[in-house]
Design a protein around this ligand. Structure first.
Ligand SMILES: *Cc1c(COP(=O)(O)O)cnc(C)c1O
Length: 430
């Protein structure tokens, strides 16, 4: 059953102005079992289950996103992402507090510097809604107060001091819960750093609170190009006239939009649903960027699928539809291993000077390589200056021949990055 918000008794008396005001949306989030009792037609059992879940992980849903929920269907994909299930209370052996170990690579609070040339900068721990599958649920929503000015200032100092950083990913929480002024202050300070080439915002607001995307916001954002924004649609049902308008406004301001979905059991673990989602995203000018395997975050076991399901979905898209509709399928490796792409095997055999491939339809072909390929010495600026960029095998040449050497080099990087802030945060922790 679908209904417009005006048909929902819970929102009786709400005016259009209120509904369209993102502050109203945030102030009136549904956050108690009683709120959902008024919105949804729950059985006694469902109500009791919901009450049991309260207090374990933060819960809140904007009235807008709540209005997309099917009141009669507990398996509604929007409902499953917003309403806690008692399965969240079940902890499995593999569940972890910080599944992707973001704190290991943190040279200063709220910065994760995991990859060589870019950092993740958490500017708030608050979201407009709390996804039940959140990977960062250890911190997100833990306290809804602002991140302190000192933490923000130190993070910016780190970016200033580390000239390797050319890409800053502003995330949270959801950075768009900040006011335009607060966000602009951060964007302006990061943009002022010479070596920062691009900025990206990670926000689910276009999906869960499209009212946040106002003419004033986009006018502010477009001053800070090149600026990219990645959002988080998981199901075609989330593509509504409102989310479509929000994306159009951002795209019209020249902000490239990407989407990061999470593969979720019962929500989008179906090749047809995913195909409908990626096609819908391209129609609203959003490029499917990543499809994540669900992380091992606490209480999310019931959302996880097999990896085989992800491979099957990828295979059902690649070749069958527009190439740039196909997101890269990623497992974020535990312990801070980082994003690892996972793919079906298209390269099925190799011998000297030839490879055997299979295409999306299973057709096998041979590609004959040149017999005499050797790379000419490259004359580009970086190569002549001796800057080596090679694959994993080449990396071993640089750091040493064993796994221990690679590990030691990684640990050294962490210490070096922490030492950048030594004068601010005291002695470097080993
Ligand atoms: C995801 C992520 C990034 C960005 O990764 P891309 O593959 O460049 O999109 C950067 N830092 C951290 C810690 C991340 O988790």
């Amino acid at each position: 059953m679908t209904r417009t918000w005006k048909e929902i008794p819970l929102f009786e008396g709400v005016t259009d102005e209120e509904w369209d005001d993102w502050h109203w949306q945030l102030r009136n989030r549904l956050s108690t079992a009683e709120d959902f009792d008024k919105l949804l037609n729950m059985t006694d059992q469902q109500r009791a289950d919901l009450e049991r879940c309260m207090g374990k992980f933060r819960m809140a849903v904007t009235p807008y996103y709540a209005s997309l929920m099917d009141p009669d269907d507990p398996k509604c994909p929007v409902r499953m992402q917003g309403v806690p299930s008692p399965l969240e209370l079940v902890v499995h052996g593999e569940d972890m507090e910080d599944a992707i170990a973001e704190t290991i690579d943190s040279p200063t609070p709220n910065i994760t510097h995991r990859y060589p040339d870019r950092v993740l900068f958490v500017v708030t721990e608050m979201c407009s809604m709390y996804c039940r599958h959140c990977t960062r649920r250890r911190i997100v929503g833990g306290h809804e107060s602002m991140v302190s000015q000192k933490v923000i200032a130190d993070a910016i100092t780190y970016i200033e001091r580390n000239k390797e950083v050319r890409d800053v990913l502003i995330s949270g929480g959801d950075p768009l819960v900040l006011s335009d002024e607060q966000l602009e202050e951060i964007l302006a300070r990061v943009r002022a750093i010479d070596h920062v080439e691009i900025m990206r915002i990670g926000s689910r607001m276009p999906v869960v609170c499209p009212q946040r995307i106002t003419p004033e916001l986009v006018a502010m954002l477009k001053k800070y190009h090149p600026l990219y924004l990645n959002t988080h649609f998981n199901h075609p049902k989330e593509i509504t006239p409102d989310s479509t308008r929000a994306c159009a406004m951002l795209a019209d301001a020249g902000i490239n939009l990407g989407n990061q979905s999470v593969l979720l059991r019962g929500i989008n673990d179906c090749a047809n649903v995913m195909r409908k989602l990626v096609h819908g995203l391209l129609r609203i000018r959003v490029k499917p960027y990543y499809l994540y395997q669900c992380d091992l975050a606490m209480g999310t076991n019931h959302f996880r699928t097999s990896v085989a399901k992800g491979i099957e979905i990828y295979e059902s898209l690649r070749g069958h539809t527009t190439g740039f509709a196909v997101p890269m399928y990623i497992i974020d490796a535990v312990g801070g291993g980082g994003k690892t792409p996972v793919m079906p095997n298209y390269l099925i055999s190799m011998s000297q000077h030839q490879v055997v491939l299979r295409n999306y339809e299973g057709v096998i072909s041979k590609y004959k390589e040149p017999d005499d390929y050797v790379e000419d010495e490259c004359q580009c600026e970086d190569c002549t200056a001796g800057r080596v960029r090679k694959g994993v095998a080449g990396l071993f040449d640089v750091v040493g021949p064993t796994l221990e050497d690679v590990w030691a080099a990684r640990m050294q990087k962490i210490v070096d990055r922490k030492s950048i802030m030594a004068d601010i945060q005291g002695p470097v922790e080993q």
